[in-house]
Design a protein around this ligand. Structure first.
Ligand code: H2U
Ligand code: ZN
Length: 349
């Protein structure tokens, strides 16, 4: 089979799901929705931003004059720590089930600068963000009722991000949600079968093959995974050893993680010369004290853009009813991202 031209289905071993790839569809004309271009430049401070230092949030609380990262409890948290235990089961054979859940939601601003995205921060600045994520993961994870901590960044209005001030969210909760559960189970099965880690084996294979490699350094690689769904989806993986969570990183590994995040972020921005939108999320070890054989720390990037800064991919129709589908191949997307400059387009000229 020719994976660059034949329609085929690819397997995602992390989720145990299939993805349809139809490479010949890339020539399809586009008369559909065109998104608005995000503002190309922002001030370094915005008096109307509820995340900027010294400003007042919608609850009336005032942000401190912070100088590095800044973490606060989300004023509109999805999960609350004082929700009472409750169970509902009704209907035929208890078909309708519900359970209450406790948790804590936080917002973490990357820096006081309203205009500096991760891609444009210094490596040292990103290291401080990683250190704050570690602090939160440990602090929240040590609470007896918190079994899982999800760190993520929603970037760009197109992704539903409500504020352009660079920030991430942290949701710490009682359950382990479905997506990490599936990934942990598939990694455990692989580990029990082959006595090695699925994602470490995969990272080493991709580093050698180079076909889907975007960029790499001594400790990490960024690839467009073989099973990518989003056009320019990426996965950052450790390359040298089994790392289960951010708190296990050595100082050098922290620097190298910050550096590859910056590198990938710059390539993303350079792709369509825009502040590239995405949802990024860190999958790491649950904090329930159990062991997770074969589990490897990794970072997913799911960017919606397809052809330009204004044309996004829609996950609709066949994708909602049957399975995800993509046109450009993972190899094609990786080749494009790899060929881009690692100097940010706004800093060239
Ligand atoms: P986004 O990451 O989707 O932009 O959301 C920002 C979060 O900031 C959102 O979850 C919170 C919202 O609840 N927020 C506050 O905690 N305080 C505010 O004053 C406004 C928004
Ligand atoms: Zn701001």
């Amino acid at each position: 089979m020719n994976i660059q031209s034949d329609t085929h289905n690819r397997f995602n071993p992390l989720l145990g799901e299939w993805i349809k790839v139809s490479p010949h569809r890339t020539k399809r004309p586009w008369n559909g929705q065109v998104e608005k271009q995000p503002a190309q430049s922002r001030p370094s401070y915005d008096s109307s931003c509820y995340l900027c230092p010294g400003n007042t949030r919608s609850t009336g609380e005032k942000n401190p004059l912070y100088t590095d990262t800044f973490v606060f409890n989300n004023d509109f948290s999805s999960l609350l720590y004082d929700t009472e235990n409750g169970i509902l089961e009704e209907g035929p054979h208890g078909l309708l089930q519900a359970k209450t859940e406790k948790g804590i939601c936080k917002v973490l601003c990357f820096s006081p600068r309203h205009d500096l995205t991760l891609a444009r921060m210094s490596v040292e600045g990103i290291e401080k963000v990683i250190l704050s994520w570690i602090e939160q993961y440990e602090e929240l994870g040590s609470k007896p009722f918190i079994n899982y901590v999800q760190i993520f960044e929603n970037r760009g209005a197109i992704m539903g991000c409500s504020n352009p001030h660079p920030h991430s969210q942290i949701w710490a909760e009682e359950i382990i949600p479905d997506i990490p559960v599936k990934e942990l189970e598939n990694q455990a099965t692989y580990f029990e079968t082959y006595h090695s880690s699925l994602l470490l084996d995969y990272a080493r294979y991709e580093a050698e093959k180079e076909e889907r490699l975007i960029t790499s350094n001594e400790d990490f690689i960024a690839v467009v995974p073989f099973w990518a769904v989003w056009p320019y989806e990426a996965l950052i993986l450790p390359l040298r050893r089994e790392i289960e969570s951010l708190d296990e990183l050595s100082p050098t590994e922290r620097t190298n993680l910050a550096s590859i995040m910056k590198d990938l972020g710059i390539r993303y921005d350079n792709l369509f010369e825009t502040s590239f939108p995405y949802s990024m999320g860190i999958h790491q070890k649950p904090t329930d004290g159990k062991t997770y054989p074969g589990n490897i720390l990794h970072i997913h990037y799911f960017p919606p853009l397809l052809r330009s800064a204004t044309v996004k991919k829609f996950m609709v129709g066949y994708e909602m009813m049957a399975m995800p589908q993509r046109d450009i191949t993972a190899e094609g997307a990786a080749k494009t991202l790899k060929s881009l400059s690692s100097i940010h387009y706004t800093e060239k000229k």
